[in-house]
Write a protein that binds this ligand. Sequence first.
Ligand code: NAP
Length: 544
Amino acid sequence: MSTSLQQTSSNGHSAGGVEEFDVVVIGAGVTGLYSLHRLRELGFSVRSLEEGDGVGGTWYWNRYPGARFDSESYTYGYSFSEELLQEWEWKEHYSSQPENERYLNHVADKFDLRPNIRFNSRVASLVYDETATRWQVTTDDGYQARAQFVITAIGILSARYVPEFEGLDSYEGSWCHTNRWPKEGMDLAGKRVGVIGTGATAVQLIPEIVGEVAHLTVFQRTANYCVPLRNSLIDRETQDYIKSHYAEIIEQCLSTPGSFMHEFDTRSALAVSEEEKLEQYERLWAEPGFKKWLSNFYDIMMPGEANEDYAEFVRNKIRERVHDPEVAEKLVPKNHMFGSKRLPCESGYYEVYNRDDVLLVDVREDPIARLTPRGIQLESGSEYELDVIIFATGYDAVTGPLNLIHIQGIGGEVLKEKFANGPRTYMGMSSYGFPNLFTINAASVGNFPRSAEPLVEWVTDAIAHVRDSGHNRITATPEAEEAWVQHMKDDSENILRTQADSWFVGANIPGKARVLLTAPDTAPVMRAKRAEVVANGYEGFSLD
Ligand code: NAP
């Protein structure tokens, strides 16, 4: 399908069938939509290219039952428009996918973003034309655009990972990855269903489908520290409070390490009495969301004794909820530190294992060997007959989405090859030899929109700076890039996020280099560093 978009308000122009723009933004999710809006406000011609047939990114693709925020809804929305903040009413404290998708559609309509977006457009290649100093952008369906700048707003968790099990093609039942849950849903009623994986996605999904299926088999390789979400509706009084306190709420988020609204207790878990410590553990456990994690004693979030003390508290909470002690022990995490992965939040997850129609299979003990026409076979030879298999097997994070695009810079250098041993960027945003390309997806973690909004503002301001200062190109210097890569290496060693085998360090993907994929710095430090770059005349970047 080749679509001419010349009649739209995208402000680009066409040369020989190739549309010309100042900026191409790849992706119409949370960061892509805001990038588009901001660039247009700054007077640029912009084309957004989106693989899906609607906006929303993560909240477009992840339609699996139970998908919802783990951050408080009112801390997740955009903050750039007071009108938007005041008119949108989040229904639940932790809002579900359908509402989140509705919200992002509302944003697209309110700011009239659709005319600039070409849907059903998966970008296949980005090739830098050195003579024209433009990026040549080609989509799977042959559409072509050229742009001075490109922003990859393609998300950090969008390249779904399906393990290459032998026999997948021979399996006669139906299967899907949670990231591609069909719009019309999966037919699970009365079926024997298998779920592979027990990460944040699986623990949201499993309690939602368990009553519907005839039998559920969960294939678990690693037990996680899952904590109760305790979601609820937002009542009128709370809604009014939120609306009249948005400025403080956003300010509060921006002041914390991961841009969540929760602030660590500055006391050590080891410095208070046993009684006081347990009182705090229990009090926070009864609270919703990440409070039990991010409002707790600060040293729980550091490798060491306090971390292990709290880990044991959480393990005991799991043991209390699962009737069969053998099953409970399988569900208790023992091979990684509490908080070294993003905490899966659940609603009734552990109780699922008290049902007669649910079986937990430990695939660390006995790994999945292959799929057969009938189901899943383990290395021991045991076979599980299944009508449906759900892959909740996660993502090739951060570099994965970039690797799905052939990105070729100066001198024919290919980004995928350059990033083979981990991302080589300056601050996650720019890589030497790839001028005017902002890999914005590689620069943000935590409460995603809170970190992404200032990042989009920085990048779009930098693009405006190039234009307004009469320059043509901006790119990281090799020295700044080298120093950043070294900083990533040095400062990642002792943080909790690098201690477990997870997507944070690429350890979930066989053969992927084990390095921290996003900055080891806190969100306020990253913002300060970026501000300093600007204050020092875009230090670390060369403009020509
Ligand atoms: P994940 O945390 O990477 O979990 C993937 C699961 O699949 C793990 O249990 C993994 O086991 C298992 N797995 C992978 N390959 C396997 C194999 N060959 N055999 C058996 N098991 C295998 O992925 P996710 O659950 O999709 O979550 C990813 C991230 O998305 C989260 O960390 C979070 O940041 C985000 N997320 C957020 C929310 C939210 O609440 N807003 C919801 C869902 C996801 P191992 O652990 O042994 O590798």
